[in-house]
Write a protein that binds this ligand. Structure first.
Ligand code: ATP
Length: 231
């Protein structure tokens, strides 16, 4: 069997309750143990505040664990697909997209070649040369989605990403995510929706009060989760 690309060993995260160095820390994740293999699509399900986004931050290397260790296969990159990129409101949609693509690792030349696709997918051709401050929240989110989806990290991290835009855009973005999921891309998908996890993921973990309540086949884990919600 091939080695995992990522292993969590007794991983925990604690946050301070207040902005004081002396404030007590509370554990929001504790003793997490699991392995992630290349090509797996792992769903993370759990109630509000269970610790799902914190877990994604660990995957994305945005925070370090306060307990235990995370072993990454060397050179493994991960990226959070986000709708709230650090846009500059004074620059146009096109300029923001260009900057973001370069920040994601493309050369200027590569970014310029991609820009039309990004704007077209976001359905913003009519306003791409207007400053971002004139965009609606939905238009900004569509631009963010369209930029993020261009990146090709080893592990793609998705946080409740499938609810952007109108019905047509939602369908289009779902189809694109499905394409990624079916293309040997390793994906970690956080969602409240058991249906989304069932449809897209091979494996799942259910986080409850910072611990793994169940893990394994996505169908079984989501069924257990749904049963517990109904009880
Ligand atoms: N930076 C932070 N400082 C202090 N507490 C935090 C911080 N970020 C999250 N928390 C707390 O940690 C717990 C887990 O939060 P997290 O956002 O990971 O949960 P979640 O499962 O993603 O929630 P949701 O489904 O509502 O998005 C919550 O109680 C939250 O209030």
């Amino acid at each position: 069997m091939t080695a995992p690309i990522l292993s969590f060993r007794n991983v925990g995260v604690a946050y301070r309750k207040r902005l004081s160095l002396f404030a007590k820390k509370d554990w929001v994740l504790r003793d997490l143990n699991f392995d992630l293999y290349r090509g797996e699509v792992l769903g993370v399900i759990g109630r509000n505040g269970a610790g799902k986004s914190t877990l994604l931050k660990l995957f994305g290397n945005i925070i370090e664990p306060d307990q235990g260790s995370i072993q990454r296969h060397s050179g493994i990159t991960s990226q959070l697909l986000t709708l709230n990129l650090g846009f500059n409101r004074k620059l146009t949609g096109e300029e923001n997209a260009l900057m973001a693509l370069v920040t994601h690792g493309m050369t200027i030349k590569q970014a310029k070649m991609k820009i039309d696709d990004v704007i077209k997918f976001a359905e913003l051709e009519h306003i791409s040369s207007q400053p971002l401050k004139t965009y609606s929240a939905g238009q900004r989110a569509r631009l963010g989605f369209s930029i993020s989806i261009q990146a090709k990290p080893d592990i793609l991290l998705l946080d409740e990403i499938l609810g952007v835009g109108d019905k047509n855009f939602k369908q289009k973005s779902k189809a694109l995510i499905k394409e990624k999921v079916n293309s040997h891309q390793t994906v970690i998908l956080v969602s409240h929706s058991a249906k989304t996890i069932k449809n897209l993921c091979s494996k799942a973990i259910w986080i409850e009060n910072g611990n793994i309540k169940a893990s394994g086949c996505a169908n079984q884990v989501t069924d257990l989760y749904l049963k517990a919600q109904q009880a």
